[in-house]
Design a protein around this ligand. Structure first.
Ligand SMILES: *[C@@H]1O[C@H](CO)[C@@H](O)[C@H](O)[C@H]1NC(C)=O
Ligand SMILES: *[C@@H]1O[C@H](CO)[C@@H](O)[C@H](O)[C@H]1NC(C)=O
Ligand SMILES: *[C@@H]1O[C@H](CO)[C@@H](O)[C@H](O)[C@H]1NC(C)=O
Length: 307
């Protein structure tokens, strides 16, 4: 697939990170609550649901405006949600009030990852949508880029996700991007001893100073999470970490902490191992704290509650 077609994918992955954040921070419960989900949940009520969503996601990738590639300047949230909104609208046309936004997002995220070179897996369905707006509370609550590895492990563990799951899910940064403010403290005045974070490849750090100047930072500018193969879902994210070319401090630390470095090396050496663990972790993640049965609702519009 042409690079221009893939840029949109960057947006989606940021969104899948958002989903991850929503799960981890706002939804009580843990990965054990997956019993009432099933692969054939919509077999009678909306048999084409996966086809409909896949076609919307592929279409969205093809539409990516080419000029965006040269600039790596994306205005995020609107675009990122757009694919989910569109997928949901397409599903509503054929199966009104049947398929939840939660299921649409789960399927669309899976399709996106597969369309940019990643693994594909079957997703269970039957989630219902929450009645409390969580998106509005996310901003101040996403994992902070300066959290320590043990803090992050603890957070994942509280949701039933292991250290290995955490390292594998971090591989989502094989595509995607981050805003300058998320790593700028690593490239200027790091601390009293070092101007640049000493765990960072110094040439890499210097190359980030041009798009991310110390003053008059353009908040719309972003840097690629995986400089080696930014548009392909692969294991270069981990290879980069071993060379000090991790963009965020939380990425880089995974290669340096004794609790995680073994996993990073394994993923860097073996892409199929990465895919296997990534899929297992995504499946666990998509089962965390889901609402089923009579809980919640089937939203008509993913952007708002039914009245
Ligand atoms: C990025 O895009 C925004 C909105 O389209 C624009 O205002 C801004 O100037 C752009 N920045 C760069 C560096 O092109
Ligand atoms: C992380 O960053 C925030 C603000 O960016 C700061 O308030 C906090 O003290 C930092 N935590 C650590 C452990 O450095
Ligand atoms: C600066 O950071 C490095 C690496 O994290 C650390 O070893 C060093 O002690 C820090 N220096 C100060 C003065 O905090």
């Amino acid at each position: 697939m042409a690079v221009s077609s893939l840029t949109m994918s960057l947006v989606f992955v940021k969104i899948s990170f958002l989903i991850l954040s929503l799960h981890l921070f706002f939804i009580p419960g843990n990965a054990a609550e997956t019993l009432s989900l099933s692969y054939d949940f919509y077999q009678k009520s909306c048999p084409n649901v996966e086809k409909i969503i896949h076609s919307v996601v592929s279409q969205k990738l093809l539409e990516a405006p080419a000029e965006r590639d040269s600039k790596i300047n994306l205005s995020l949230p609107g675009d990122g949600y757009d694919v989910f909104f569109r997928a949901k609208r397409a599903v509503e046309l054929q199966c009104p009030a049947i398929v939840s936004c939660a299921d649409v997002m789960t399927i669309a995220t899976r399709d996106l990852i597969h369309l940019v070179g990643g693994p594909r897996w079957e997703v269970t369905k039957g989630r219902r949508d929450g009645l409390i707006s969580k998106a509005s509370r996310v901003d101040g609550n996403i994992p902070r880029v300066n959290q320590s590895v043990s803090e992050i492990i603890k957070l994942f563990k509280s949701k039933g996700l292991s250290t290995l799951d955490m390292v594998a899910l971090s591989g989502g940064h094989s595509i995607g991007f981050s805003h300058c403010k998320e790593f700028i403290s690593r490239i200027y005045k790091y601390n009293a001893t070092f101007d640049i974070d000493p765990t960072m490849n110094q040439g890499f750090a210097l190359s980030l100073r041009r798009p991310c100047p110390k003053h008059n930072l353009d908040p719309t500018v972003v840097a690629l999470n995986d400089v080696a193969t930014p548009f392909v879902f692969d294991n270069f994210y981990y290879k980069n970490l071993l060379k000090g070319v991790g963009l965020l401090a939380t990425d880089q630390m995974l290669a340096l902490d004794s609790m995680t470095e073994g996993y990073v090396k394994r993923m860097a050496e073996d892409q199929s191992a990465f895919f296997k663990h990534f899929v297992a972790a995504m499946i666990k993640l998509s089962g965390i704290g889901v609402k089923t049965g009579r809980d919640g609702e089937i939203r008509r519009d993913c952007g708002s509650f039914n009245d």
